[in-house]
Design a protein around this ligand. Sequence first.
Ligand SMILES: CC(C)(COP(=O)(O)OP(=O)(O)OC[C@H]1O[C@@H](n2cnc3c(N)ncnc32)[C@H](O)[C@@H]1OP(=O)(O)O)[C@@H](O)C(=O)NCCC(=O)NCCS
Length: 164
Amino acid sequence: MDFRFQVMTDLDRADIRHWHYAAPYDFYDLDADPEDLAEFMSPPPDELQLAALDDAGRVGGFMVFSAVPGRAGTFAVGLGLRPDLTGQKGGGAFLADGLAEARERILVDRFVVRVAEFNKRALRVYERAGFKIVRRYMQPTNGSRYRFIELERAAESGPERSIE
Ligand SMILES: CC(C)(COP(=O)(O)OP(=O)(O)OC[C@H]1O[C@@H](n2cnc3c(N)ncnc32)[C@H](O)[C@@H]1OP(=O)(O)O)[C@@H](O)C(=O)NCCC(=O)NCCS
């Protein structure tokens, strides 16, 4: 699916905050963690939030780019396709297009992604986009602690969308 990216509006945020994923991905429901939800709804000034709009102008996904403290030019990427669009092999193109869009808007050298270890689906999309594992750690979130994997890649080094 082709998306048009735009800086996220309050209306987009009000839509996305109510998205609910089927288990086990309900882990990613924004309202599963009050802190994550609060940051999403009131992003810090150095965070870029993009909404991905489909042909009908409906939000089909979002991407959030947060500056990593102490690492100039490195941004952590958070993302989600709209729940009904997941699992249909659209994630690779969505990721590639969103990263390309971010490169047009921010000065970025490296992208970081952090994914729960159980989320093999997202991990596969990230690794196919050229991200490499840099560490494994425990992350407190959603009222518990989870095994997480952090991956990185140079901003410019991803495969072209056409060969995904
Ligand atoms: C992560 C996300 C972008 C992936 O996009 P997607 O279009 O749903 O993913 P795809 O359908 O392309 O699946 C990716 C791969 O994972 C595989 N996969 C799917 N479910 C799997 C599972 N349970 N275990 C292992 N592999 C799985 C698919 O077969 C596919 O691999 P293949 O192309 O080699 O066959 C999307 O699911 C999403 O936005 N989810 C929302 C929540 C989320 O996970 N956010 C990520 C936060 S880090």
